[in-house]
Design a protein around this ligand. Structure first.
Ligand SMILES: Cc1cc2nc3c(=O)[nH]c(=O)nc-3n(C[C@H](O)[C@H](O)[C@H](O)COP(=O)(O)O)c2cc1C
Length: 258
C-alpha cells in the first residue's frame, strides 16, 4: 500500500511532527510504504489565470513547472495525506498554489478508487481548513476518509498531549483500513447533483470547451449515473433527474450556451 504524505508547510514544524506520528502508526502495518512530498521542494509557479488548462488541456499550461509530477505522484499512490498549517484561517500558500494549478480536475476528475485524508496544524480554524482540502480532493475524485486538526504539541497539557497522540494513531488506523478495504461510499444526493451540473456543462459548452466534452465522452459519463461505478438508489436517481432539469433551466435563464 503506497501512502503519499504531501507537506504543505514551508518548514519542518508541527504538521511534520503530526505527519511523523501518522507515519509511525501506518508503519505498524507491514504492507505500508510511506513517501513524503514537500511542496516547498517542487517548482509550482503562480497560476496566470489564462484558463488554458481548463479550455485547451492541462498540457497547454504555459508554465513549465512540477504540477504534472505532483499529479503523477498522487496517481501512483493508493492513499494521499494532505497536510498544511493553518495560515490566516486557511491552508498554506504552497498548498493553495498547487490546488489552483489543478483546478481542471474539477472539470475532468480522475482519482476515483484512491483515498485522501487531511492533517492541519494550528491554533484553531481546523474545520474550515479541513473542509477546503476535503472539497477539492473529493471533486478531483478521491474518496475522502477523515481529517484531523492538531495543536502545538509541546504547548498542550500532558493529558491533552496523550489525547492528541491517540487521535493521530486513530486517524492513521481509520485511513489504513479504508484504503485496505477498497470500499467506497455510495454517492450522496449532493454528489449526484454535482455530477449532473458538471455534465450539463460538458454537454452544453462543447464548443467553448471541447476538451471537457471529449473527456466526458471518453469516460462514458454522458450515459452513467455517476463518475465511478457506485450504487445509486432509485429514489436518489429520481431526485437527481428532477434537480438536473431545474438547474438546467436556471442556467438557460442566466447564461449563454445552455
Ligand atoms: C503566517 C502565519 C499565519 C498563521 N495564521 C494562523 C491562523 O490564522 N490560525 C491559526 O490557528 N494559526 C495560525 N498560525 C499558526 C500556525 O498555524 C501554527 O504555528 C502551525 O502549527 C504551524 O504548522 P507548521 O509548523 O507545520 O508550519 C499562523 C502562523 C503563521 C506563521
Amino acid at each position: 500500500m503506497k501512502i503519499l504524505i504531501v507537506m504543505g508547510s514551508p518548514h519542518k514544524g508541527e504538521s511534520y511532527w503530526g505527519a511523523n506520528r501518522l507515519e509511525d502508526q501506518l508503519k505498524t502495518y507491514p504492507d505500508v510504504n510511506v513517501e513524503y512530498l514537500w511542496l516547498r521542494d517542487l517548482t509550482i509557479k503562480d497560476c496566470l489565470g489564462c484558463h488554458a488548462c481548463i479550455l485547451k488541456g492541462e498540457e497547454k499550461c504555459p508554465l513549465k513547472d512540477d504540477t504534472s509530477l505532483f499529479q503523477q505522484k498522487m496517481m501512483e499512490a493508493d492513499g494521499v495525506i494532505f497536510t498544511s498549517p493553518v495560515y490566516s484561517m486557511q491552508i498554506s500558500a504552497q498548498l493553495k498554489r498547487i490546488i489552483d494549478h489543478l483546478s481542471y480536475l474539477w472539470h475532468r476528475p480522475r482519482f476515483f478508487g484512491k483515498y485522501a485524508m487531511a492533517l492541519v496544524s494550528g491554533g484553531g480554524q481546523f474545520k474550515e481548513t479541513l473542509n477546503y482540502i476535503k472539497l477539492n480532493t473529493k471533486n478531483w475524485g478521491f474518496t475522502y476518509v477523515t481529517g484531523l486538526g492538531i495543536a502545538h504539541h509541546d504547548a498542550l497539557l500532558p493529558k491533552r498531549q496523550s489525547k492528541q497522540e491517540a487521535d493521530l494513531r486513530k486517524a492513521a488506523d481509520i485511513f489504513y483500513h479504508a484504503v485496505k478495504s477498497q470500499k467506497h461510499p455510495a454517492p450522496s444526493l449532493t454528489d449526484l447533483i454535482g455530477f449532473r451540473v458538471w455534465r450539463i456543462n460538458a454537454r452544453c459548452l462543447s464548443e467553448s470547451n471541447p476538451v471537457d466534452h471529449a473527456y466526458w465522452l471518453g469516460k462514458g459519463w454522458f450515459n452513467t449515473d455517476y463518475y465511478a461505478d457506485r450504487p445509486v438508489s432509485f429514489v436518489k436517481k429520481l431526485a437527481a433527474d428532477a434537480m438536473e432539469k431545474v438547474i438546467h433551466r436556471f442556467l438557460q435563464s442566466v447564461y449563454q450556451g445552455y
